[in-house]
Write a protein that binds this ligand. Structure first.
Ligand SMILES: [Zn+2]
Length: 156
């Protein structure tokens, strides 16, 4: 779900409830006001600092589209208020549950993994899986952190 689709989806639901045409405008969700910095990150491929609207990429990963997409997914999540995050997570789950039979197992296993290098929410996981499918990549590619191999061992 793109942010534009999300806005249209939310507006259509509100229109059904109120019977009035409403335009839903979320805060400034725009990656143009973000800064991208390439530098040596000492063990990290990329870092997203949402509060500062900053994405840092390691020098060795500066041309790695997957690392950038991973950090942009954090940015996407970081720009939305909490209520919207939960709504988008539910909608993404609805969209993906028919495409990924063991979806709830992937999310559940991910939440219980103690080997997390960094925190990734269920929304992040869902959006990363959505991007994998949309781009024709193996599940776990955008998530990174060896999730491709991890997901292969998770069944329903
Ligand atoms: Zn991450």
């Amino acid at each position: 779900m793109t942010l534009k689709e999300y806005e249209e989806d939310l507006a259509s639901v509100q229109n059904e409830i109120t019977g009035e045409k409403m335009l839903t405008e979320i805060i400034c969700i725009d990656l143009h006001c973000w800064r991208y910095i390439i530098k040596d990150l000492d063990g990290f491929d990329g870092i997203c600092i949402s509060d500062e609207k900053l994405i840092e990429m390691d020098t060795k990963k500066k041309d790695d589209d997957i690392t950038l997409l991973h950090e942009m997914t954090h940015a996407y999540e970081g720009m939305m208020p909490e209520t919207y995050r939960q709504y988008v997570a539910v909608r993404l789950f609805q969209k993906l549950q028919h495409k990924i039979p063991n979806l709830i197992s992937l999310i559940s296993a991910d939440l219980h993994t103690v080997s997390h290098v960094a925190f990734h929410s269920p929304l992040f996981t869902l959006k990363a899986l959505d991007l994998d499918i949309g781009l024709g990549l193996p599940l776990g590619t955008v998530y990174s952190y060896e999730k491709k191999d991890f997901y292969l061992n998770i069944t329903e």
